[in-house]
Each structure stands twice: as structure tokens, then as C-alpha cells.
Design a protein around this ligand. Structure first.
Ligand code: DHB
Ligand code: FE
Length: 285
């Protein structure tokens, strides 16, 4: 059976991609940010996941404001990246796993989540940058299942609903017959606001509280409304709902492997959080 081995939350600021392409990782501005991923790569090297299921938000590459699904699940054999206008190098296509995707879709619809299914789906920086941070060299050694959550066109799904989606995805993965090690990723955040009167808004105490609660007590975060999250984390900081969905999928004993928090990268409070998930059944043996 498939097994969820961990969860990763990470920011996805486009400038990360430009810095990697230009080899700037050791420069003073970037070093404290990239240093936060060494422990993640060491863990990936040890644990070697087969699959990444990633909760992320599309910023206008695949979906636009005219047609915006609340939740969309990829069911393609391949996911292509394309030029979004940020000047980032276009990444090579990512391998999909349609059989696992359809299993997740069947299970979610059975669980009363009325999702959109995407047999074609381009993927933007919110998917490509977490993958590049995890595997900077060459093709990623995993199949992916992308799950897009609307963080752009209001009304957005509530943190509580995203947490339940994550729990349902967790049940779907763990009922999948193939013996696969699965890493669940939540992309985006932490606090940031790119436009309007509060452009540049960052809320360090709130971010640090979220990093802690995501490990120890995620239920404390699901009580916020979207309006409260926008106020506390910024209009784009609301991407935190992708992390909340990721945490919902971790259904075993969860422990922190590593975290890093760095202000600012571009306009964003950049965070990374790696959680290990140990199945309760395995612990009982
Ligand atoms: C920035 C952050 C984002 O999450 C994003 O999608 C685009 C830009 C930024 O801080 O520049
Ligand atoms: Fe974003």
C-alpha cells in the first residue's frame, strides 16, 4: 500500500528561480534562504519518495479569472511548465501518474469533494519552484499529482475546508494498492501582500505561530476565516491554505525534521517546514 512519509511546506517566490538560474545561492541576500533547504535535500536523499502530491495555487498560467475551479486535480501523464512572464527558465515536463491521480479523484468524489479533473494542465512557479528547491539538478526522480486550490479569485475555500480536503487526500493515498512512498507538499506563503495599500506587508509573529501550530496543533489554524487570514497574512499570504491542506494529509504521528524562516525574499516572508509522518499502525507494532 502507498504510505505518506512526510509533508513539506515551502514558499514559491519567482525570484528564487531567477537566483538559481544565475547561480546566486551563496550571495549574502540569498544564502540564509537557500541554506534552509540543505536539511530538506539530505532528508530526501535518505527517504527517497516515489511520488509528490502537491497542493499549490495556479497564478494565471493554467486557469484564469474567467474559469477558476476551487479544487482541481491533475490526471495527466505529463505536466508542462511554460513562460509566465517572470523571466524564469522553462522547466522540463514533470512525470504524472494517471492511475494514482484517478484513484485520488475517485476517492475524493466518493468523499463528496466536487473537484475539477484536468487531463491536461500546465504548471506554474508554485509547482516548479518547490520541485526545483527539492531537486535542483536534472529531472525530478518522482511522479507528481498536482492539486490546485484557488487562492486568487474570491470566494476562496476556507482553511477548515482545505484541511478536510487534505485529510481526504491522505485517506485516498493510503488506500492506494501500489507500494509507494509519498511526500505531500504545500506551496506558497508565508505572509505577503504584493499590491494595494498594504503592499510589502509581513507578519512575523503570525508566521512563526503558524510554523509551530502546523506541527503541533493544526486544528488551531483551521478556525480562521479567509477574511481573517487575509488580514493576518496578506492578500497573497492566504496561500497558507495550501500548507493547511498538506498538513491535513498527514494522518500519523507527525514530528518536525526541519524549519527555516527568512525575511524578506522579494515581498515575502519565506518559510520552509519539513514534517515526518509515521503511520500509527507501524508505531503500534
Ligand atoms: C511573490 C510571491 C508569490 O507567492 C508569488 O506567487 C509571486 C511573487 C513575491 O514576493 O515576489
Ligand atoms: Fe504565489
Amino acid at each position: 500500500m502507498a504510505r505518506i512519509i512526510g509533508g513539506l511546506g515551502t514558499s514559491h517566490v519567482p525570484a528564487i528561480g531567477s537566483a538559481m538560474a544565475a547561480g546566486r545561492q551563496q550571495e549574502p541576500y540569498w544564502k540564509p534562504f537557500f541554506a534552509g533547504y540543505d536539511a530538506v535535500r539530505a532528508w530526501l536523499g535518505r527517504e527517497r519518495p516515489d511520488v509528490v502530491v502537491i497542493f499549490y495555487n495556479d497564478h494565471g498560467l493554467n486557469f484564469f479569472l474567467d474559469k477558476m475551479p476551487t479544487f482541481a486535480v491533475g490526471a495527466a501523464a505529463e505536466y508542462r511548465n511554460a513562460d509566465e512572464g517572470w523571466g524564469l527558465p522553462v522547466q522540463r515536463p514533470f512525470k504524472g501518474d494517471p492511475d494514482l491521480s484517478w484513484h485520488v479523484i475517485e476517492s475524493l468524489v466518493g468523499d463528496e469533494f466536487d473537484i475539477t479533473t484536468c487531463q491536461e494542465m500546465t504548471v506554474d512557479h508554485a509547482l516548479t519552484l518547490p520541485m526545483k528547491l527539492m531537486w535542483p539538478e536534472g529531472d525530478c526522480p518522482v511522479w507528481i499529482v498536482p492539486i490546485a486550490i484557488n487562492t486568487v479569485q474570491h470566494p476562496l475555500p476556507s482553511p477548515a475546508r482545505c484541511y478536510k480536503l487534505g485529510q481526504a487526500v491522505g485517506r485516498a493515498i493510503e488506500s492506494y494498492r501500489r507500494d509507494l512512498k509519498v511526500l505531500v507538499v504545500g506551496s506558497g506563503g508565508l505572509s505577503h501582500q504584493l499590491d494595494g495599500a498594504r503592499a510589502g506587508f509581513i507578519n512575523k509573529p503570525f508566521d512563526l505561530m503558524c510554523l509551530e501550530k502546523l506541527q503541533s496543533n493544526p486544528e488551531a489554524l483551521v478556525r480562521y476565516s479567509i477574511a481573517e487570514l487575509v488580514e493576518l497574512a496578506g492578500t497573497q499570504g492566504v496561500e497558507l491554505i495550501n500548507w493547511i491542506a498538506m498538513r491535513g494529509a498527514l494522518n500519523g504521528r507527525v514530528s518536525k525534521v526541519h524549519s527555516n524562516y527568512h525575511i524578506p525574499i522579494s515581498n515575502t516572508a519565506a518559510g520552509v517546514l519539513l514534517l515526518e509522518n509515521r503511520a500509527l499502525a507501524a508505531l503500534a507494532v
